[in-house]
Design a protein around this ligand. Structure first.
Ligand code: NAD
Ligand code: MG
Length: 356
């Protein structure tokens, strides 16, 4: 088992990464405050992992709430189901919420933990690759509103993150690939050596070789933890984690959420960002090629859908959080392993990149 710490002063917490951690009673117990637990999960994950999780925590008073699966249920009504269940089962401030599932469950359960009785403890047990490398670390919690994704939420850090790599064995290939987009992102924005390691370990990663997967998850969590520790509330460097996301959100929104997975949209968005960088003379062509090749190697899309023109992007990109003071801010790679925020990318350049 590998362990690392998200260093946030008195809100610091450990991330544990390994095989069969879901059945590690002492590890899970060490993360739980009090004797009562509410497991929040969904109807896809529950049949796979809920019993195992409950067995591991036999000594606790455990309730669970099984939500309908899917991003379309990440909303205030589903959020209310969690709160109602906590109230109906008479949970108080000494209860710990366990989020057992992907990013949708983690974000909703975390937000419920932030709000229930003004804040109770919670533990993340992320079961998708995306949630293991990204959403479970960093304390952003939220639900969607019909007028915008993740528009209602809180910064609220968990007590612990427990990553069991066995969960990846049941994950659909398309979801695994989507998670790889965020993995590749860390290499591009922050870590040249990690990017090179990914290039050299494509087959091991795809076949879920445990040593490779644990190394990969640890590196991603370490980068995210480092960035979050430097800038918890996204006033600066944390924004670099949005590489590919401004373009990506436009693709997701235009195609209708759920048709393109987030990671797929981010993959195409990273290619657009790299090409924008190249047009601006910020990055070598070789580096753009390596980015494209690695994204392709993990079976991710390299371009936006053909029906998406500049106007579609422009419409959605203005609504994005990355717009500050009316200027479009884009994260662009400046080499493999470095990136920066630019707020002066002209319409002409964007149009050129999107329509070529
Ligand atoms: P998800 O939670 O919808 O999971 C994807 C699918 O896989 C779902 O159908 C889920 O039920 C299923 N699943 C989960 N674990 C499984 C397993 N082990 N085996 C088989 N199936 C499994 O999607 P996601 O990609 O994990 O997360 C996306 C969400 O995360 C979005 O709502 C996004 O906004 C959010 N997110 C949050 C942050 C953050 O910092 N909080 C960061 C990135 C993304
Ligand atoms: Mg993302």
């Amino acid at each position: 088992m590998e362990k690392l710490l998200v260093d946030l002063g008195d809100r610091s917490y450990p991330i544990s990464i390994g095989s069969n951690l879901l059945s590690d009673t002492s590890l899970l117990s060490s993360a739980i405050k009090g004797k009562k637990v509410m497991i929040v999960t969904n109807d896809v994950v529950a049949p796979l992992y809920l019993e195992a999780c409950k067995n591991t925590l036999k000594d606790y008073q455990i309730d669970d709430v099984i939500l309908p699966d899917g991003e379309q249920h990440k909303n205030l009504s589903t959020f209310e189901i969690i709160l109602s269940e906590l109230l109906a089962k008479k949970h108080a401030r000494d209860t710990t919420i366990i989020a057992l599932g992907g990013g949708v469950i983690g974000d909703m359960a975390g937000f419920a933990a932030a709000c229930y009785q003004r804040g109770i403890a919670f533990v993340q047990i992320p079961t998708t690759l995306l949630s293991q490398v990204d959403s479970s670390v960093g304390g952003k919690t939220a639900v969607n509103h019909p007028l915008g994704k993740n528009m209602i939420g809180a910064f609220y850090q968990p007590q612990a993150v427990v990553i069991d790599i066995e969960c990846l064995k049941t994950l659909p290939a398309r979801e695994f690939a989507a998670g790889m987009a965020e993995v590749i992102k860390y290499g591009i924005i922050y870590d040249q050596d990690f990017f090179k390691w990914l290039e050299q370990n494509i087959e091991a990663i795809k076949s879920l070789d445990p040593t490779s997967i644990i190394y990969m998850l640890k590196r991603c969590c370490a980068i995210k933890a480092e960035v979050v520790a430097l800038d918890e509330k996204e006033h600066g460097i944390r924004a670099l984690l949005n590489l590919g996301h401004t373009f990506g959100h436009a693709i997701e929104a235009e195609q209708g959420y759920g048709n393109w997975l987030h990671g797929e949209a981010v993959a195409a968005g990273m290619v657009l960002a790299a090409e924008t960088s190249f047009v601006l003379g910020l990055i070598e062509h070789d580096d753009v090629d390596r980015i494209i090749d690695l994204i392709e190697a993990f079976d991710l899309p390299l371009a936006a859908p053909e029906n998406m023109q500049y106007a579609h992007f422009a419409e959605h990109m203005q609504l994005d959080k990355k717009v500050l003071d009316g200027k479009l801010r884009l994260v662009l790679p400046t080499s493999i392993g470095t990136s920066a925020l630019f707020d002066n990318v002209s319409e002409i350049v964007l149009r050129d990149v999107i329509e070529s």
